[in-house]
Design a protein around this ligand. Structure first.
Ligand code: IMP
Length: 405
């Protein structure tokens, strides 16, 4: 029996989707516990690309039960579209394999308007995530259980009234536009309703039955609402604490897996000490195809920042690392890694000799260039946590297993 949790150790987009997909093939249960359609997990299997926003990556294997936990926020239209897209790609979405928590909160079109009006300086994904969590904390949110008990429509109208009286930019025209979207929302609700249930019981039963469980984090540690680079963060708990509140069950994870990109990226605003504004940053963006899966925005790129990854270890208790996108570092003369900060909070770098050999798709560690191995060994020693998997390309098969899970 395995109980794993996978989380991003940086600002998201570390390549969690592919790793989760790899692990989830042996899982009985996969759980999403925070965030919403702001996440974008890309999984490539035999040249077929799947982009998942809300549905756990375990759905692709077809074997695992998949849960969207109470800590998530769900836009019914987006989720219904995602369900349809998956079905069109040949992925089965069945009520004995996919479950939505009745305690998860609903994202409305008004939340998206609020997001665009109020959160510009954060550079959000415009998916209404922050305002949906704001409503949750304010105790005025609409939960999935309202779909089951039939109170959704009433609550939806109350929600519009509530905000009309708070913000002057929500005028009658806006309200009418949103009201016109209601039939569309109700159609989507019809699609998702059969999957809504008390998911904590499914997770608890799974533990009692000694099943293999995987918790799939979205975004990354440094986007955590409490522990990230506040206020330039997302609105949920992306770190391990969020797994418990966001699913309603305590799980004794035996492997706490940190996903670390071999360099650093972030989208949106906020501090990024190792960011590169020059042609090296451009090259990283190009090599790594660093454009958001959800928004298409170019990601900011820079060198790996190890003190920040150390902080992620402190927060999450990572005891196993996966390093991703190593192939994107081929072709650099020198590669730098931040190992500390000076008194002005500027990164102090260690410089490595680069490697020219293409490492894309390599599956045998002995085929990696020496300089590449030096780089990985240094990181492993610095973090004092084993790097178990090295990802060398986007495909499911593009991995080097250094230490078995
Ligand atoms: P929000 O989650 O849409 O509210 O956006 C808040 C911040 O988190 C912004 O800087 C976003 O770019 C960032 N963010 C949200 N989701 C992701 C993700 O999946 N990957 C990387 N950054 C994200």
């Amino acid at each position: 029996m395995s109980k794993y949790i996978v989380m991003g150790s940086q600002w998201g987009d570390e390549g969690k989707g592919k790793i989760v997909d790899n692990i989830s093939q042996n899982m009985d249960l996969v759980v999403r516990f925070q965030g919403g359609a702001n996440a974008g997990h890309t999984v490539i299997i035999e040249d077929k690309k799947y982009v998942l926003h809300l549905i756990p990556s375990g759905i692709i294997s077809g074997k695992a039960k998949n849960i969207i936990g109470n800590g998530c926020v769900i836009d019914p239209i987006t989720l219904a579209e995602e369900i349809e897209e998956m079905k069109n790609s040949g992925i089965k979405i069945q009520t004995n394999k996919f479950f939505i928590s009745s305690g998860a909160h609903i994202v409305t079109p008004l939340h998206k308007i609020l997001d665009n009006k109020l959160n510009k300086k954060i550079g959000t994904t415009s998916r209404g995530i922050g305002p949906a969590y704001m409503d949750k904390a304010q105790r005025s949110g609409i939960r999935m259980d309202s779909i089951v008990d039939g109170s959704f429509e009433k609550k939806f109208y109350e929600h519009l009234e509530y905000y009309k009286n708070i913000y002057s930019f929500i005028d009658e025209t806006t309200i009418n536009e949103i009201k016109n979207m209601l039939p569309n929302i109700l159609e989507s609700i019809k699609i998702i309703k059969p999957f809504i249930t008390d998911t904590e019981n499914i997770i608890y039963d799974s533990i009692q039955n000694n099943e293999n469980i995987l918790y799939e984090g979205a975004q990354g540690t440094l986007l955590d609402i409490d522990h990230g680079t506040y206020p330039f963060v997302t609105s949920s708990s992306t770190t391990i604490g969020g797994a418990f509140t966001g699913s309603g069950v305590f799980v004794e994870f035996d492997k706490r897996i940190g996903i670390m990109k071999s360099y650093t990226t972030r989208v949106g605003e906020g501090p990024f000490p190792t960011e590169l504004h020059d042609e090296i940053g451009e090259k990283l963006r190009k090599n790594g195809n660093e454009f958001g899966a959800t928004t298409g925005r170019p990601r900011r790129c820079g060198w790996l920042d190890l003190p920040l990854v150390k902080k992620a270890i402190m927060l999450n208790g990572f005891n196993y690392f996966v390093i991703t996108k190593l192939s994107c570092l081929s072709g650099f003369d020198k590669i730098k890694v931040a190992i500390d900060y000076d008194k002005n909070n500027k990164p102090i770098y260690k410089e490595f000799e680069g490697w020219q050999k293409e490492v894309y798709g390599i599956t045998d560690i002995n085929e990696l260039p020496k300089n590449c191995i030096n780089y990985i060994e240094f990181i492993e020693k610095y973090l004092n946590v084993p790097i178990g998997i090295i990802s060398t390309g986007p495909n499911r098969k593009h991995v080097i297993i250094k230490n078995n899970l």
